[in-house]
Design a protein around this ligand. Structure first.
Ligand code: E4P
Length: 220
């Protein structure tokens, strides 16, 4: 499977790359804007943090297909291995088709339904990113959307992968993996929740206490 962090925080990527089996980093305009750094400065730093084999995703800002294609080319000049995120609008679908012919890899983003995600895959997107928590927050069923999209891609667009996104809890991410998704992207707080649980800390402390009492030290 492919595990990504959804962030533009270079220091946190460096820290978590030591711990997690990271495949790379995804960003979006809100994430880059919150960091306050120019995208042209932050992308090379993120690439360095994930290493030469790490994969980066960054999104275009134009609303029309021609502008999206131009920005995708600029992103590729900045980071040659980049996967360009294109919102799955009518113009976005046209851009995904053109970028496919230009050999630029894409991810269809802002996906709120299985039908929309399937269209992105059929247009040539290598990845499709359904927004699980945002669908839940609207009263929909984000996991069900992902299950349907996963099945649709397996049946009709097997060259595309679901990259499940927009999580508020580890449970949502696990449910996507159980639905068969090969790739997920986690915000930093959810990634941290995969590991930090009070019960884990107290179990380790109890081992230390018992060892210290018996042997007067904390090493083997
Ligand atoms: C994915 O493409 C998006 O960048 C992201 O996962 C959206 O997450 P949010 O709903 O937590 O903003």
């Amino acid at each position: 499977m492919e595990l990504y962090l959804d962030t533009a925080n270079v220091a946190e990527v460096e820290r978590l790359a030591r711990i997690f089996p990271l495949r790379g980093v995804t960003t979006n305009p809100s994430i880059v804007a919150a960091g306050g750094q120019s995208i042209w400065d932050v992308l090379p730093r993120l690439q360095k943090a994930v290493g030469p084999e790490g994969r980066l995703f960054a999104q275009v800002m134009s609303r029309d297909a021609a502008g999206m294609v131009k920005e995708a080319q600029q992103l590729k000049e900045c980071v040659p291995g980049i996967v360009v995120k294109i919102p799955v609008t009518s113009e976005g679908l046209a851009a995904i088709k053109q970028l496919k012919t230009l050999g630029i890899r894409t991810l269809g983003t802002a996906v709120y339904s299985a039908a929309q995600g399937l269209l992105a895959a059929l247009a040539g997107a290598e990845y499709v990113a359904p927004y699980v928590n945002r669908v839940d927050a609207q009263g929909g069923d984000g996991i069900r959307m992902v299950q349907e999209l996963q099945t649709l891609l397996e049946l009709h667009a097997p060259e595309s992968k679901v990259l499940a996104a927009s999580f508020k809890t580890p449970r949502q991410a696990l449910d996507c993996l159980l639905a068969g998704c090969e790739s997920i992207t986690l915000p930093l707080d959810v990634a941290q929740q995969f590991l930090s649980a009070p019960a884990v800390d107290s179990a380790v402390m109890k081992f230390e206490e018992d060892w210290q009492k018996a042997f007067g030290r904390l090493s083997l």
